[in-house]
Design a protein. Structure first.
Length: 210
């Protein structure tokens, strides 16, 4: 059913560790809104990966890769969302009234549903993930025409690896979140994450299908 599954696991872990928009949104939410918000964000990202897995398995991702208009639409939505998140963070860094008030526990107010939604949209807004899945997963499924179940199993394994890594990362990051109770530190974090989101948004906007 699988070929070189141990290599697949190792590569998936390395890819999960590599920084990107998902890591940026998890870092911000875990640091400023607490562990629960960070974990909700992680589950949103994992849900996005599961959706991309189904898209790759059902051929939707291949259609996205082949269709320039479809790719442009998804790419534009993803870039616009990251730009919105970036501008929102930058506004939090520079607005005269200062950062939003904290909860009694010292965290930024962010509901779990909102955190989950941010994670899912950040992941789903990157069409390169779909194209990556269509080329990466079949390499580790046996045969010239891999079965649907083999591709689903590989995609869900990739999602679970990402879920495990980001959950552990969230636990670590949330432990140092207390330093961000100071307005100056929160302004700096919002400014940096805002620039990161804008950078990734520009990167997605300028990417091509190949």
């Amino acid at each position: 059913m699988f070929v070189n599954f141990d290599t697949f696991i190792a590569l998936s872990l390395l890819l999960a560790i590599a920084p990107g928009p998902d890591t940026a949104i998890v870092t911000r939410n875990a640091l400023t809104a607490g562990r629960e918000a960070g974990i909700a964000t992680v589950f949103g990202i994992a849900s996005g990966l599961a959706v991309w897995t189904l898209a790759a398995t059902l051929g939707i991702a291949a259609l996205l890769q082949a269709s320039a208009p479809a790719f442009l639409v998804v790419k534009s939505i993803g870039a616009a969302y990251l730009a919105f998140m970036g501008l929102q963070a930058l506004w939090g860094a520079v607005r005269p009234s200062g950062p939003p008030p904290l909860t009694p526990t010292g965290h930024r107010r962010l509901g779990l549903r909102a955190a989950y939604r941010q994670g899912a949209l950040t992941n789903l807004g990157n069409p390169k993930i779909a194209i990556f899945f269509t080329s990466f997963l079949p390499q580790f499924a046996r045969g010239d025409h891999p079965s649907v179940w083999a591709l689903i199993a590989l995609g869900l394994s990739f999602s679970l690896i990402g879920l495990g890594w980001l959950t552990g990362y969230t636990m670590i990051v949330a432990r140092i979140g207390h330093v961000l109770r100071r307005p100056r530190a929160r302004r700096i974090l919002d400014g940096l994450t805002g620039l990161v989101f804008l950078g990734f948004g520009a990167k997605i906007a300028l990417e091509h299908r190949t």
